[in-house]
Design a protein around this ligand. Structure first.
Ligand code: B1M
Length: 213
């Protein structure tokens, strides 16, 4: 198979949620010398964007979104050790979670992988993380940065709720707050009083490094 055929296959098979084929094609791409970044940014992520577009148009429903997400997650696990390969010393500690009410985790996991690759020690609290759980984790791990991910317009307000909880716990001055997720914008991040925002995983790494200085 040519690289173009592998990318097209990955795109098409992610779209229909064929997890075994997606994993096979990911392996085929790596065997052919393609980089994990090429597989991610030229096939897997664009395919999930198309899934989202079809969902918005009413051509796809939640089950289709779910199986496409699972297929992508399988490939991401295969790529994780390759993306996270690093010789860099620990830059700092990053506590990360998807906010309460939100179960999306692929984007968060990708940011985590890239942060680990850049040398951050990442503590992932998972999905549906309540403000109390963020507060407890900050007390326990004393991270340099806490990251809130939200993927729904209905869960973005949890950023403010989380920040309010940090203020109430007397922790707001002790930790840098970063926010991100598909519907989030710089304006929204500024409005809720976050210290940083990034639109994608590689910008998130750059932003996190900048905020540490
Ligand atoms: Co959902 N979903 N979903 N979904 N889903 C979206 C997000 C949506 C945009 C689809 C659409 O309508 N086009 C839409 C949200 C609309 C909105 O509110 N604006 C939506 C909806 C509506 C829903 C449900 C409400 C559907 C329903 O039940 N009626 C429901 C909500 C469930 C809930 O959370 N309570 C739901 C459910 C699901 C599934 C469970 C089926 C599945 C999730 C699987 C999983 O994550 N384990 C799913 C999926 C797969 C999607 C889409 C198709 C793909 C998301 C994804 O993984 N993208 C998505 C459509 C889309 O995004 N175009 C959609 C790939 C990923 C690499 O990108 O997530 O943007 P992304 O992450 C990026 C950046 O956001 C950024 O970096 C990441 C990597 O580059 N980033 C950060 C993320 N976190 C960051 C943190 C940072 C910095 C950057 O600092 C802290």
């Amino acid at each position: 198979m040519t690289p173009e055929e592998i990318l097209k296959g990955l795109y098409d098979q992610t779209l229909v949620g064929n997890a075994p084929a997606v994993l096979d094609l990911t392996n085929a791409g790596l065997d052919a010398g393609m980089t994990p970044e090429t597989l991610l940014f030229d096939a897997l992520i664009p395919s999930l964007e198309e899934v989202g577009a079809r969902f918005e148009r009413g051509d796809f429903f939640v089950p289709e979104m779910l199986i496409a997400g699972r297929a992508m997650a399988g490939a991401l696990e295969r790529l994780r050790p390759l993306l996270a390969e690093t010789g860099v010393a620990t830059l700092g500690t990053f506590v990360m979670g998807t906010v309460k009410g939100d179960v999306h985790d692929i984007g968060k996991n990708l940011v985590n992988i890239m942060l680990e690759g850049a040398g951050f020690h990442v503590i992932d609290l998972g999905v549906q993380v309540s403000p109390e759980k963020f507060v407890d984790a900050i007390r326990e791990h004393k991270p340099d940065i806490v990251g809130f991910s939200a993927f729904l317009t209905t869960t973005m307000p949890m950023f403010k709720a989380n920040i309010n909880a940090l203020v109430k716990a007397g922790l707001r001055d002790q930790v840098i707050v970063m926010v991100g997720g598909a519907p989030v914008t710089q304006e929204y991040a500024d409005a809720v009083g976050a210290d940083g925002y990034a639109a994608d995983a590689s910008t998130a790494v750059k932003k996190a490094k900048d905020l540490m200085q």
